[in-house]
Design a protein around this ligand. Sequence first.
Ligand code: ZN
Length: 342
Amino acid sequence: MCQNHKETSKNPSHFESISSSIEHPTHTEMLWNDYKNLIQGMRFFDPHIHMVSRTTDDYQMMAKAGIVAIIEPAFWVGQPRTGLSSFKDYYSSLVGWERFRSSQFGIKHYCTMGLNSREANNERLAEEVMEILPLFAYKEGVVGIGEIGFDDQTPLEEKYYRLQLELAKKAKLPVQIHTPHRDKKRGTERSMSIAIEHGLDPSWVVVDHNNEETVKSVLDQGFWAAFTIYPFTKMGNERMVAVVEKYGQERIMINSSADWGISDPLAIPKTAALMKQKGIPLEVIRMVTYQNAIDAFAKSGQIDVTDFESDFQLDPNAKFHGNSILRGGQQPVLDKNSLFIQ
Ligand SMILES: [Zn+2]
């Protein structure tokens, strides 16, 4: 076993950065096999991932690594939208094409609907978005209002955060809160106290992007504490293992928040592998990488676990409004466990 291999076993999130060389043509394969063995038979639920920004390669790898269901929160697309139609089309894709695309890889796709905090600062547009949001919040597969909350913590962000908490109450949907990257502790406390002020039951609210500074207060107040495993920023998976060792499994869940930035759609399986290596009991791993996310978002009444716990049959020839993910001439392979686009 070479040095690189040892190091990577300690932190599986680094495995992709190590390229195979001519001298070791099977190196990457060996790493993949080791990592795969650690998570063999495990099922994962990623409650925060932005698949519209990801590729079919990601879907294939995720399915292969045991991710059976995901939640895609409505969010900021990296640049400001200029009109209501862009929001409409984006929301439609979350309940339409993207859900179909995911299903073609054997992954059950849910989403949360919301006006993200950054674009809440465009008041004219935000007003229009608030008018169409209820039309999407009640659609099939929508498991919450999210991701909402604070970015720069401006008065307009607060205004639309409050309005969306009211929408969540009315629609009887859980809330998925995005906490700010800057001034996080204050933003997190503020998000929670406003939610309580609006009469939300903390057990219906998932507070996301926690770190070691915020987790205690979030758990103490009865909210769900979600952690994003980003490579190099926020929570690395080594830090996440330490959090679970300290706080246990109750009301804690992890996610990848993979999007158009540098992020890792396999963050959950990799962290699970690391946890297993560090001796964290399997049941604890199962709760933080699968069950807790289901329990939190199933309050929407939209999650039926038999959709992804039973071995459902893929129809690789399926179409969505006449469109398929297969390109002309491609032959689908029916085995769910193989990469069916060749
Ligand atoms: Zn996000």
